[in-house]
Design a protein around this ligand. Structure first.
Ligand SMILES: [Fe+2]
Ligand SMILES: [Fe+2]
Length: 250
C-alpha cells in the first residue's frame, strides 16, 4: 500500500480484471502437466501418517514446589484430575492476557478514529480492558493457590495463543477499518464467553465449588462485553451501509 496516499490500490485480485489474460490462464491450467507426481490424495496420506505419529502440542509439567506436589496429590485422591483443570486454567490465562492486548490495540485504533455517535467511547473500552486484566489476575491467583506455576504455557494455552494471532494481526494493522477491528474483537469475545462457561462447568464437575461463584462473576462481565461489542459492530455496519462504505473510514 502506498504510504503517501489515502486511496487504496486498485483491487486486481479477480480474474475479470483482465479477461484476455484470465482466459489464457484457465487454458494453461487445463493444458499444463503437473511438474510433480502425486495428488491431493498423497497429501492426505502424509497428513494421516503425521497424525498417527503425533505427540501432541506441548505437555503438562510436573509440580515444581512442595506445595504443588501436595496439592496435586490431594486433588488426585479426590479424583479432581489436576492437570486437566490446570491445562484449561492455562488456556483462560493466555486468552485473558491476549484480551488485554487486543483491547489495548483497539483503544489505540479508536483513539485515532473516534466516532461519538457510534461508540465505543474510550471509557467503555478502558473498562473492558481492565476487566480482562482482572480476569487474568483471577486465573493467575487460582493457579497459584493450586500450587502450580502460572508462567507455564500449557497445551491448551499454546493452541489458543495460535488461534488469537489472526485477531492480533487485524487489530494491530493500521489499515484495518473500525468494523474490521470490531469484528476481530467480536470473535475474541465469543470465544471468551464459551471459554468461561466451559471453565465453570469443569470447576463444578471436578468439585472446585469454591471457584464457581468467582468464575460466574467473570462470565457475567464477558456477557456484557459481548453485548456491547455486538452493538458497536452493528451500528458501524449500519453506518457503513448507509454511506455505501467498504473498508476504511474517511
Ligand atoms: Fe476475557
Ligand atoms: Fe471479554
Amino acid at each position: 500500500m502506498a504510504h503517501d496516499s489515502k486511496i487504496a490500490a486498485m483491487n486486481r485480485t479477480g480474474i475479470g480484471m483482465s479477461p484476455v489474460d484470465g482466459e489464457q490462464m484457465v487454458q494453461s491450467a487445463r493444458e499444463g502437466i503437473p511438474s510433480m507426481e502425486g495428488s491431493a490424495a498423497g497429501v492426505q496420506t502424509v497428513r494421516e501418517q503425521y497424525i498417527s505419529e503425533r505427540t501432541g502440542i506441548g505437555s503438562m509439567p510436573p509440580p515444581t514446589t512442595l506445595k504443588g506436589v501436595a496439592k496435586a496429590a490431594a486433588a488426585l485422591v479426590r479424583d479432581q484430575r489436576p492437570n486437566v483443570f490446570l491445562d484449561r486454567l492455562g488456556e483462560r490465562l493466555a486468552f485473558e492476557r491476549t484480551g488485554v492486548r487486543l483491547y489495548d490495540a483497539l483503544i489505540c485504533h479508536i483513539s485515532v478514529l473516534t466516532d461519538k455517535t457510534l461508540g465505543p467511547t474510550m471509557n467503555e473500552l478502558r473498562t473492558i480492558r481492565d476487566e480482562e486484566h482482572r480476569h487474568f489476575e483471577l486465573i493467575r491467583n487460582t493457579i497459584e493457590t493450586m500450587g502450580a506455576d502460572p508462567t507455564v504455557l500449557t497445551p491448551a494455552a499454546d493452541a489458543v495463543s495460535v488461534e488469537a494471532r489472526g485477531l492480533l494481526q487485524i487489530l494491530t494493522d493500521p489499515r484495518s477499518s473500525r468494523s474490521q477491528c470490531l469484528h476481530a474483537i467480536l470473535v475474541a469475545e465469543l470465544s471468551d464467553n464459551d471459554g468461561w462457561k466451559m471453565l465453570i462447568d469443569l470447576a463444578r464437575s471436578l468439585g472446585h465449588d469454591d471457584l464457581v461463584g468467582r468464575f460466574e462473576q467473570a462470565a457475567r462481565a464477558e456477557e456484557n462485553h459481548l453485548a456491547k461489542v455486538r452493538g458497536w459492530l452493528t451500528a458501524q455496519v449500519n453506518a457503513d451501509t448507509k454511506e455505501g462504505r467498504v473498508g476504511v473510514e474517511a
